[in-house]
Design a protein around this ligand. Structure first.
Ligand SMILES: [Ca+2]
Ligand SMILES: [Ca+2]
Ligand SMILES: [Ca+2]
Ligand SMILES: [Ca+2]
Length: 224
């Protein structure tokens, strides 16, 4: 992959996931500015209505082939004007081809009424082999859980749990609180990492194979 393309892909992934791409352990509230910084995309848009469903096809890289698909449920009657922008619709799913090979790499699921649709889940194929490698779950616009297949063998091996909390100066921040891992690939969790204020403080190990941690290691500053 060329540098140009990988930076485009990285930018697209940041954009479509609507999350900050800075610190991986923390996610602060997205700003309107970040949204405005979206690439000058959406060169061509097609809209197709079929009964109570509608599909919007967007060609991001202007090669006359759609790369983003938005699926809607049409609410009520199709407007007399016939204009799609006058139509009341609910976004239910968004599919994206971020490396422009005509294969979908990211699928986002939405819930909520028209104009208030919220992202609830995103599935991503990170290595473009057609298989989902990570699923992000959202709560109130923030990531609550990330499931990852870092071994790229089709099985989830890492689970990252996040919690919305406040910083010392009262700012809302979404922090990694726990990471669970299957290190030997048997499908069962064997390592638990616990985080406090975004920093790892304790690791638990399952040495007996019963699926629960039985040995712990404390990290960082010791309490006096
Ligand atoms: Ca295209
Ligand atoms: Ca693709
Ligand atoms: Ca994959
Ligand atoms: Ca295991």
């Amino acid at each position: 992959m060329t540098n140009d393309l990988s930076s485009v892909v990285a930018a697209l992934i940041c954009l479509v996931l609507s999350v900050g791409c800075g610190s991986p352990a923390e996610q602060t509230k997205k700003t309107p500015k970040a949204k405005a910084a979206a690439p000058a995309a959406a060169q061509r848009v097609q809209f197709e209505v079929d009964g109570n469903t509608a599909i919007e096809r967007i060609d991001i890289n202007n090669d006359k082939r759609p790369d983003v698909y938005k699926f809607y449920r049409v609410v009520g009657q199709v407007p007399a004007s016939g204009k799609t922008e006058d139509m009341k619709k609910v976004l239910i799913r968004k599919e994206m081809d971020v490396n422009f090979d005509q294969k979908i790499d990211i699928v986002q699921y939405y819930a909520g009424e028209s104009g208030k649709e919220a992202l609830i889940r995103a599935e991503m194929d990170l290595d473009f082999d057609g298989r989902v490698d990570t699923t992000r779950h959202y709560k109130g616009g923030y990531i609550s859980l990330v499931e990852l297949d870092l071994g790229f063998d089709g099985r989830t091996d890492t689970w990252r749990y996040y919690q919305l909390t406040k910083t010392e100066d009262g700012k809302a921040v979404n922090r990694l609180v726990e990471k669970r891992r299957d290190t030997n690939g048997d499908g069962g969790i064997d390592v638990w990492e616990y985080y406090t204020r975004g920093k790892i403080t304790k690791i638990g190990y399952d040495t007996t194979g019963d699926g629960a941690p039985d040995r712990f290691k404390r990290l960082g500053k010791k309490k006096k």
